[in-house]
Design a protein around this ligand. Structure first.
Ligand code: KIV
Ligand code: NA
Length: 266
């Protein structure tokens, strides 16, 4: 199987085949998810929370993400790798967005980029698409604006519903190949998905989107503490890894590790 590209994802919209997307920030995650058949991997600015230990995505820079992107792209043989444009790296002008996206395509070797925002981002999206860079949109709850939005809140309720649909349509017309919808009421996400020609990718946006995306450390239970409602934990990796580390340490203390089989003869 060759590299997944924009037409493959578009085709799945047309045939009604749903697909899953995951974040990845390093080689093994990329390799494992690629082998599992995940067609699209996101080097998200959620690396701020999940790799770098920041509290939000706001401090994440292009320099933080480019090396992660290169690792993921090198390891993933089939998946389309999408690089997230970090806060402050694209909102100043279409020219700034093009310079940043170009850096990801050249140095991070990404196959597409993602940026947050609706109508306001149309000039940026248009320029990138004109330059030959596939762009994924991101509307609803947009974590880079959490200081304006007032924290993690469902977006597009009540009178916000029509505005969200207009944002989605504007991004589609600007040339986006797909749109992430984050924390949007399920009926609204369904309506947007039906109105759009391009795929929608939901996170906390109900079952009717064309695709779903989750942060892998959430899905695999590596992250501790309370999980958002939209996460399903498919593995308890934090507990498993903690158990392995404690067992290893106990065996070192007791002398059970290393055994003869782990040691070299003269
Ligand atoms: O950075 C990220 O992980 C994201 C997804 C949750 C869509 O933007
Ligand atoms: Na993101």
């Amino acid at each position: 199987q060759k590299r997944i590209r924009v037409p493959h994802l578009q085709k799945m919209k047309e045939t009604g085949e749903k697909w899953a997307m995951l974040t990845a920030y390093d080689m093994y995650a990329a390799e494992i998810f690629d082998e599992a058949g995940i067609p699209c991997l996101l080097v998200g600015d959620s690396a701020g929370n999940n790799v770098y230990g920041f509290e939000t995505t706001v401090p994440v820079t292009v320099d933080h993400l480019v090396p992660l992107c290169r690792a993921v792209t090198s390891a993933a043989k089939h998946a389309m790798v999408v690089a997230d444009l970090p806060f402050g790296s694209y909102q100043a002008s279409p020219q700034q967005a093009l310079a940043t996206a170009t850096r990801f395509m050249k140095e991070g070797l990404a196959h597409a980029v993602k940026l947050e925002g609706g109508k306001a981002m149309v000039p940026e999206v248009e320029l990138l698409v004109r330059a030959g860079i596939p762009v994924m949109g991101h509307i609803g709850f947009t974590p880079q604006s959490e200081h304006v939005l007032g924290g993690y809140r469902v977006q597009g309720r009540g009178s916000g519903a029509d505005a969200l649909l207009e944002d989605a349509l504007a991004l589609q017309e600007a040339g986006c190949f797909a749109i992430v919808m984050e924390m949007v009421p399920a009926p609204l996400a369904k309506r947007v998905t039906e109105e759009l020609r391009i795929p929608t990718v939901g996170i906390g946006a109900g079952p009717d989107c064309d695709a779903q995306v989750l942060v892998w450390q959430d899905m695999a239970g590596l992250r501790g503490g309370r999980m958002p409602r939209f996460v399903k934990k498919y593995l308890d990796m934090r507990a498993e890894l903690g158990r392995a580390a404690a067992e290893y340490a106990a065996e070192v203390r007791s002398g059970a590790f290393p055994a003869a089989e782990h040691s070299f003869e003269e």
